[in-house]
Ligand binder design. Structure first.
Ligand SMILES: Cc1ncc(COP(=O)(O)O)c(C=O)c1O
Length: 421
């Protein structure tokens, strides 16, 4: 074992997680390739869980950041006015929000996604003066106590140490086959004998990523919005993982033509893997008092620079179009090369987020063994969903086609070898 790996394992808390799945010491990376200290190369189908949509060490973003630092521009400024912040807001508004007719105020939250969810929870409750929130079975919204209360997976919830209250869970569109989840949602809200407190808001993922790549239909998303509008309930879209063009449009909710009242955005908004977290707020709902959701790292200047450049990069390189084209390649590959391996394999996805589902096998460890085999062959891939039975394909949106196919070939070979055993 390398000396550095030994030092990490002996000293870092037991809470460490991804390093247990990919137990090598990484040193460098470029776009969708990562290298370890022994010089082994890996295709990255994890992409920082969606924080690296523009790839590792994106050259165009990197030079802006280096230039900013070399000129001794300000690096930490609490939430004071800075050129970096002003330029980010101007670009984000002119290039993303305005063309989509989205009139949101922008709130900078503490640097992780979960902090945007916490802010959204507070602000919804403050606006509606109601404490209950509706979330969906299979949801993942973060690991701090408020967002954890909206997160369904049992292991994560068990870590809370206190009761996680004021949330009502209802089935997502795909949770129970043949079940009319919209009708159920509407009944829970409108029936004065449902026994459920009227919620301040519904928190929605248009694609449940950690939940197993469950893609909601346009009709269903429109239905959730309608129910919110008809019942004076706020709609919050959690775009932390599937925003920033992951599904082929900058915001994943665009395909349904819905307009959430609030939007949480993090991960790839920081452009270069830099931490950044936003809450977009419908203008009239922005009733915060100054400093009511304060924090030392609200507004990282380096991330502002990278985020501004990332938006320009996104538009210049037509990332949305590229995602749709590459997504079609992934779909075709799975249909032609992977589904024929067994009629127990299922798949789903959109844009550049796809899941290969092994839950129909009478073998709960199969997806685990396949992911391990992928890693041995040079692919970093994560699992998601109930029992972690879904292999999650989440490459950088900038991945080259030949690297995409290299990763897909590794998945196919790994499945073949595991099924042959
Ligand atoms: C949909 C969604 N919401 C919230 C979060 C929490 O973000 P963070 O891990 O940055 O706190 C995640 C993280 O994976 C996520 O996927």
């Amino acid at each position: 074992m390398s000396e550095l790996k030994k030092i990490i394992e002996e000293n870092e808390s037991q809470v460490r997680s991804y390093c247990r799945k990919y137990p090598v010491v990484f040193t460098s990376a470029k776009n969708s390739m990562i290298y370890d200290e022994e010089g082994n190369a890996y295709v990255d189908f994890l992409a920082g869980c969606g924080a690296l949509n523009y790839g590792h060490n994106n050259g165009e973003i990197k030079s802006e950041v280096i230039d900013y630092i070399l000129k001794d521009n300000i690096t930490h400024a609490m939430d004071m006015y800075t050129t970096a912040k002003g330029e980010f807001i101007k670009t984000f508004k002119e290039k993303i929000l305005d063309p989509k007719d989205l009139n949101y105020k922008i709130m900078f939250c503490g640097s992780t996604g979960t902090n945007a969810v916490e802010a959204a929870l507070k602000l919804c409750r403050k606006n509606k003066k109601r404490s209950n929130i509706i979330a969906f079975m299979g949801a993942f919204h973060g690991m701090t106590l408020g967002s954890l209360a909206l997160t369904t997976d049992r292991t994560s919830r068990d870590g809370a140490g206190v009761s996680l209250d004021n949330v009502t869970f209802v089935p997502y569109e795909t949770t129970m086959e043949g079940f009319d989840s919209l009708r159920y949602l509407e009944t829970v809200i409108t029936d004065d004998h449902s026994g459920i407190e009227k919620p301040a808001a519904i928190f929605l993922e248009t694609v449940q990523a950690e939940g197993g790549i469950n893609v909601a239909s346009v009709e269903w998303l429109k239905g959730v919005e309608r129910i919110c509008r008809e019942n004076d309930i706020l709609l919050v879209a959690d775009e932390i993982q599937v925003g920033c063009s992951r599904t082929g449009t900058f915001f994943s909710f665009e395909r349904a033509g819905i307009k959430p009242d609030m939007v949480t955005l993090s991960k790839s908004i920081g452009g270069y893997g830099f931490p950044m977290s936003l809450l977009l707020i419908r203008d009239d709902l922005d009733i915060w008092k100054p400093a009511e959701h304060n924090g030392t790292f609200r507004g990282n200047q380096i991330a502002f620079v990278a985020a501004r450049k990332a938006i320009e990069y996104n538009i210049f390189h037509e990332i949305d179009r590229q995602v749709v084209e590459k997504g079609a390649l992934v779909k075709e590959y799975i249909e032609k090369e992977i589904l024929p391996l067994s009629d127990k394999i299922f798949f789903r996805g959109i844009g550049l987020i796809w899941g290969i589902d092994f839950s129909k096998f009478d073998d709960p460890e199969l997806s685990h063994r396949i992911a391990d085999k992928c890693f041995e062959k040079g692919l970093i891939i994560e699992r998601a969903g109930r029992g972690d039975t879904v292999l999650k394909i989440l490459p950088p949106l900038t991945i080259f086609d030949y690297e995409l196919f290299k990763g897909l070939d590794i998945i196919r070979e790994s499945i073949e070898e595991e099924l042959e055993k």
